[in-house]
Design a protein around this ligand. Structure first.
Ligand SMILES: [Zn+2]
Ligand SMILES: [Zn+2]
Length: 126
């Protein structure tokens, strides 16, 4: 159906569209305002696009991509991101200052996992 092409195409913040956070397999989406707020902060500091490479994941898609069970992606608290013309270490430092609860540093795949988990902070590297 043609109309489905525009599902979730809603501007939710100056530089973010809800569709960027939707699950690629089913277009379902959950997004916590705290996560969006921190990503907006990151976007403002960087003054360049923040690319969401993975936002919300339905449980099936999460399994498919090898996500951990009960991933924060499945409850709208996590996003994987990339940005151009900045190295991952610099990007990590900025994200540390913004204060994400969870930060995963994926050196080979060149992205950061960011989340706003309510429990104590966690850092990991792959
Ligand atoms: Zn899905
Ligand atoms: Zn992630």
């Amino acid at each position: 159906m043609q109309m489905l092409n525009s599902i979730n195409h809603i501007i939710i913040a100056p530089h973010f569209n809800l569709s960027e956070f939707a699950c690629p397999c089913c277009r379902q989406v959950m997004l916590h305002p705290k996560l969006l707020g921190k990503l907006m902060e990151l976007r403002n500091i960087l003054e360049r696009p923040v690319y969401i490479t993975s936002g919300y994941r339905c449980p099936g898609y999460n399994r498919e991509v090898g996500g951990v069970p009960n991933s924060y992606h499945c409850i709208g608290l996590a996003a994987d991101i990339k940005a151009r013309d900045i190295n991952l270490i610099e990007l990590l430092e900025i994200c540390e200052n913004i204060g994400f609860g969870g930060i995963g540093f994926y050196e080979k795949k060149d992205f950061l996992h960011l989340d706003v988990r309510p429990t104590k902070r966690s850092r990991w590297r792959e």
